[in-house]
Design a protein. Structure first.
Lengths: 156, 156
DNA sequence: AACAATCTTGAAACGATTACAAAGTTAGTA
DNA sequence: TACTAACTTTGTAATCGTTTCAAGATTGTT
């Protein structure tokens, strides 16, 4: 079990291909090998990967996968409500499974990893009247416990 | 008075060049015509502009301004603590004056304008123990009152 | 005035993403 | 089973925002 699988196990068990296929069906879009692989990668490793990260992870198994397909698929899945796009750092989007309890995100400035955090309720009430809110994103940035530990060790 | 100046007036009065120069000095970096112009544009129009927006606004007055200078300056001012970078949408950064009370942001999905909103206190407490937090960003997305009004009118 | 440090500039390069058009696949229907 | 229309995937080329680089201009200090 590698790091990201270990992280995943903390949160949820892995989704089988049949379950992924059903999710895709239920969302009202057509399934394909690529869509299942991409959704599965995001759902089962809890790494909040970027498009490039997904590409390099899947490339060995799907050598013919093109970046265009990957981007198309990410858009399709996001529009269908299966994925949430994280805009925690500019220049790339990262992807997270949408059908799960709302949460906030922490990105480590040193290692770049993204962690799930709690999300306080009722944040929308901070917005002024008259604004229709359809999404609330709370992002923390800083140093994760692992990187803190490493920097302590390295300074010794 | 154009739109963005009107919006600015709601929040703060305009900063003079002398005040801008003092801010730059106080931040420990050297002043230049370009730095003052760029900081002034962000401080005095409350439009939360992107680099490209700043460039096209300043180009008429500073025809020789290069994009490199603009990006260098934005980085320098941000590092010096005068600007805050907003990562509310991926693909671009937007800029906001930093020395002002903390607040959250709303971006309209239709017109793309960014509005200041309140920021609840104590959000850092949502993060798990062991994470060192150095920034908290809360972003709302949806439709602003103006665009809502327009779409009502257009459907009549 | 002279020197070093800092700034500005344009050209070229880069990474992430999108546009496009062709080829392949699928679901439904005859 | 064969047909058709709709949808997907793919590779190439283009685009957009940003950064790198090296040279020249400006500034602050002696």
């Amino acid at each position: 079990m590698n790091d990201s699988e270990a992280a995943a196990a903390v949160h949820t068990r892995s989704l089988s291909n049949v379950e992924l296929l059903e999710m895709i069906h239920a969302a009202g879009i057509r399934p394909s090998v690529q869509r299942i692989a991409i959704l599965g990668h995001i759902a089962n490793g809890r790494a909040h990967p970027s498009a490039e990260g997904i590409y390099s992870s899947l490339a060995p198994e799907f050598p013919s996968l093109s970046r265009t397909t990957l981007y198309n698929t990410l858009h399709t899945l996001a529009e269908a409500g299966l994925l949430r796009e994280l805009e925690i750092e500019s220049g790339t989007r990262r992807y997270d499974l949408k059908p799960q309890p709302p949460h906030s995100h922490f990105i480590c400035r040193r290692c770049g990893r993204v962690f799930d955090m709690k999300l306080p309720e009722g944040l929308e009430r901070s917005a002024d009247d008259g604004f229709s809110i359809d999404s609330v994103d709370l992002y923390f940035k800083g140093i994760c416990p692992g990187c803190k530990q490493n920097s302590i060790n390295n300074n010794k």
